[in-house]
Design a protein around this ligand. Structure first.
Ligand code: SF4
Length: 486
């Protein structure tokens, strides 16, 4: 373990992708000799240590550079349970040192052209470009308290925020006024919106999928199509979304960073937008660690969900690809993200949610919530961050079908917490052969409590494999009839 990065293990540093000069190689060796033992440096070549409380984020098995995934817990990383969640540690230390505001800056994905090379060279060149005398003059003008600020503005920020990215910690309001999708229109009109998830098929037979779409569409404003959850291949989200459009139903296309490179992401949303998809939900995606063997690569993703939002928002609002090329006819979509109220510490989660909103998230669909009272704390944290008027929140609800499902979700699904009293109710009902009915009653009670909460704009029903229960729940919860798909 390195001195300042409280992770678990040494990981091999990246190798450069090109031949470099002797001077560059020597500098890289010195940098690794210093930063390796201190920070567990992997020579990503795009150093962010000042932003992350001097803990190297490359210790995260997903390679996330903008905060924890929904599986983060105080105890362990969900991909590799033998080590702590490094992002939890980064948040913990940043809050302790009062440096949490730095975590809001949207940081760029790796420039792999720099991986394996020294990062100090860029810092020295930038200092040289600005002029050491100039930097010293600014410090003497603004006083010794401003040393770090001046250095950051003049040297470190231009290095970590290259021209092609220009990330910041600000909110960027969407640059259009008329709602793009029916979902956006309904939320804007103040309807209490219902969205539901439809499980995508595991074969090319779409009969069941179409049946479920037809069954659910009179009861919802939009249908979500997942993107291979649990890292198990299924029919793609865009194909299901296209089928929904053909059946006059509005889809929310989920897209997971796990399976995308930056190139694939941009191509896919351009295609989806051209086909008529108007709602996109950006996710980091379940890790390959959850998939059946043989497993795909588990140690890095090219882009994280915050970066996805930043890229997609700029494509839409600035008409630019990530590399700066202009898009003559930009894509149009209403952008969403996942929120995970009960993963890790709610203060940490709220900061992460704020970052997503700043990056481009216009609506949240949360992870499964089974404790309406505990939700208040998260909503309070979100309110403190001043984002309640910038994002629509739809609470994720899963009707419980059996005690086994409830226990499984509590023990195995990252970020899901099933209160003891609900586990007990399901266990008792199961012993009387009444589990499904009890599950429906629990769901209705939850909706009753959730729909009066300030800051909540709707629900997102995830009745995985039990879609036929959705119409009953929507009707009995008094939410039928307020939809756009009738
Ligand atoms: S994969 Fe998730 S839980 Fe593991 S270190 Fe990264 S952010 Fe934390």
């Amino acid at each position: 373990m390195s001195v300042f990065t409280p992770g678990r293990r040494w990981q091999a540093p990246f190798m450069p992708f090109k031949r470099t000069s002797f001077k560059q190689r020597a500098l890289a060796k010195i940098e690794l000799a210093v930063k390796g033992p201190l920070f567990g440096c992997r020579m990503c070549g795009n150093c962010l240590l000042q932003e992350t409380a001097l803990i190297c984020p490359m210790e995260c098995p997903k390679g996330l550079r903008n905060g924890p995934c929904g599986g983060s817990t105080p105890e362990k990383c969900y991909v590799d349970e033998s080590r702590p969640c490094i992002w939890y540690k980064i948040y913990e230390r940043s809050f302790k040192l009062g440096r949490e505001a730095l975590l809001l800056e949207v940081l760029p994905p790796l420039d792999w052209g720099k991986a394996g090379m020294n990062a100090w060279g860029d810092v020295f060149s930038q200092a040289n470009k600005v002029g050491v005398a100039n930097i010293a003059a600014q410090i003497s003008q603004r006083g010794s308290d401003s040393v770090l600020k001046v250095l950051d503005t003049a040297v470190f920020r231009p290095v970590r925020q290259p021209e092609w990215w220009q990330g910041d910690a600000e909110y960027h309001a969407p640059k259009y006024s008329q709602p793009i999708s029916n979902l956006e229109r309904a939320l804007k009109d103040g309807e209490f919106v219902v969205a539901a998830e439809v499980t995508s098929p595991v074969s090319v037979n779409t009969d069941k999928l179409k049946k479920n779409i037809e069954l659910l569409k009179p009861y919802v404003t939009a249908l979500n199509f997942t993107d291979s959850p649990s890292a198990i291949p299924r029919m793609s989200s865009w194909a299901c979304s296209k089928l929904a459009l053909e059946l006059n139903t509005e889809p929310v296309m989920q897209i997971a960073a796990r399976d995308r490179t930056r190139v694939g992401l941009q191509s896919e949303v351009m295609g989806a937008s051209a086909l008529g998809v108007k709602n996109i939900l950006c996710l980091t995606g379940d890790s390959m660690a959850l998939s059946p063997s043989p497993r795909g690569r588990m140690d890095i993703v090219d882009i994280d969900s915050v970066q996805m939002l930043w890229i997609l928002r700029r494509m839409r609002d600035e008409g630019k690809y990530m590399d700066g090329r202009e898009i003559k006819t930009p894509p149009q979509y209403f952008l969403g993200a996942a929120a995970s109220p009960f993963a890790s510490n709610m203060k940490f989660q709220a900061l992460r949610e704020q970052k997503k909103v700043n990056a481009g998230a216009q609506f949240f669909q949360t992870n499964v919530v089974l404790d309406a009272d505990a939700l208040d704390e998260w909503l309070n944290e979100i309110a403190k961050r001043n984002i309640l008027d910038k994002v629509y929140i739809m609470i994720g609800i899963t009707p419980l079908k059996s005690y086994k499902t409830a226990a499984y979700m509590n023990n195995n699904i990252p970020g899901v917490f099933v209160p003891e009293k609900i586990l007990k109710r399901m266990e008792n009902a199961e012993s009387k052969g009444n589990a499904q009915e009890e599950g429906v009653q629990i769901t209705l009670e939850l909706i009753e409590k959730i729909k009066i909460k300030q800051g909540v704009h709707g629900i997102h029903l995830m009745a995985v494999g039990w879609e036929e229960i959705v119409p009953r729940i929507v009707q009995e919860a008094g939410l039928a009839g307020k939809t756009q798909n009738n």
